[in-house]
Design a protein around this ligand. Structure first.
Ligand code: PLP
Length: 367
């Protein structure tokens, strides 16, 4: 069986170091907001090229806390609008609505699956305060046009960098291009903890200080609460695991890029649409997503030959029960993407032989 993602194998590469890290935390008797977290925040900010990084409980909270902080800072208020790609994972949108802000869904480009910057301006109203752009599948989604529009209309540019740690655009890393970014270290993400974890990065000192209080009951000083905060801290034990895994992230991204290159070169079946990659540095291949108009059959054939695939994502947010107010809306590109996408096995522990096997099976597919 070629697994979609073999987390056991991935973490087993670092088993000794992970055990040491866990032991260090257990023996320290200190489990929250300690040295492991401080170390991780320093190293992760350095990695992203930002002044600040703050560990939080998960990726959804990272995004929730950014918007909550902007509200506490008086820069946004309930009822304000945030532009979000219609084809994102639902977490991006939950972070907006959880704060009483209104998501304005905008279509992605069919070639990159990322927010179509040319459609942003028509969606802007007097209530628009931010663009929440998502580096979907691991590919940077920011371009000059998006930055110019945000500047011209005085909008915050917030990055959902749950899937793209390590992507580079014009010498900057994703998570360090916009005003603030939310990151996820969910076990299956490119930098995966051994449980839930996330981070906020920014160069904005006031935002940093506000999120820092908000993640800890709205408090800078014990028992003094200046905001109605959350409990959203990154555990010492997860920070310790991330301190181990962050060191290996660049190597793992390189491996993902090698595998993607093999897929891109090897898959020649005209029935399959490959991802478009204008600049290899901008993609860290969290997912390798192909399109086919009979993807369930392709998925079934692959599975029968021992290849696991997944669909990211089968139902778009505007068709979910959670957002019944959007159910009647129509986003044809988003809907096409959700009908046709299929994610092939992708991880730094896939072997060349496994990759070639997947390629051959796909090339044999007759539709
Ligand atoms: C994973 C993910 C999130 C949420 O991260 P969690 O750590 O699972 O809360 C948000 N946005 C996108 C695009 C994601 O892929």
């Amino acid at each position: 069986m070629i697994k979609f993602l073999d987390l056991q194998k991935i973490n087993n590469q670092y088993r000794d170091e992970l055990v040491q890290a866990a032991t260090r935390v257990i023996d320290s008797g200190w489990f929250l907001l300690g040295e492991e977290l401080t170390q991780f925040e320093e190293d992760y900010a350095k990695y992203c090229g930002t002044k600040y990084a703050l560990g939080v409980a998960n990726g959804l909270d990272a995004l929730r806390l950014i918007f909550k902080a902007y509200i506490e800072m008086g820069l946004m208020s309930r009822g304000d609008e945030v532009i979000v790609p219609a084809n994102t994972y639902i977490a991006s949108i939950l972070a907006v609505t959880d704060n009483g802000l209104l998501p304005v869904l905008v279509e992605p480009r069919l070639d990159s699956y990322n927010l179509d910057a040319s459609l942003i301006e028509v969606a802007i109203t007097s209530k628009t305060r931010a663009v929440l752009t998502v580096h979907l599948y691991g590919q940077n989604s920011i371009d000059d046009q998006m930055l110019e529009i945000c500047q011209k209309h005085n909008l915050f540019l917030v990055e959902d960098n749950a899937q793209a740690q390590g992507g580079v655009w014009k010498g900057k890393l994703t998570g360090g291009i916009g005003d603030a970014a939310g990151h996820s270290f969910y076990p299956g993400k490119n930098l995966g903890a051994l449980g839930d974890a996330g981070a906020v990065t920014t160069n904005d000192k006031e935002l940093y200080q506000t999120v820092k209080a908000l993640r800890n009951y709205g408090s800078h000083k014990k028992y003094e609460n200046i905001y109605q905060g959350l409990n959203s801290r990154l555990d010492e034990i997860q920070a310790a695991f991330l301190n181990v895994k962050l060191k290996y992230l660049p190597k793992e991204i390189e491996k993902r890029r090698e595998i993607a290159e093999q897929y891109l070169k090897g898959i020649t079946n005209p029935l399959v649409v490959l991802p478009l990659v204008p600049d290899p540095q901008q993609h860290v291949w969290h997912l390798f997503v192909i399109r086919n108009n009979n993807r369930l059959k392709l998925q079934q054939i692959l599975l029968e030959s021992g290849v696991q695939t997944l669909i990211h994502y089968p139902i778009p947010p505007h068709k979910q029960g959670a957002y019944s107010n959007f159910n009647e809306n129509h986003y044809p590109i988003t809907e096409q993407i959700h009908r046709e996408v299929l994610s092939l096995p992708m991880s730094p522990v896939l072997t060349d032989k496994e990759v070639q096997e997947v390629i051959q099976l796909i090339n044999k597919f007759k539709g």
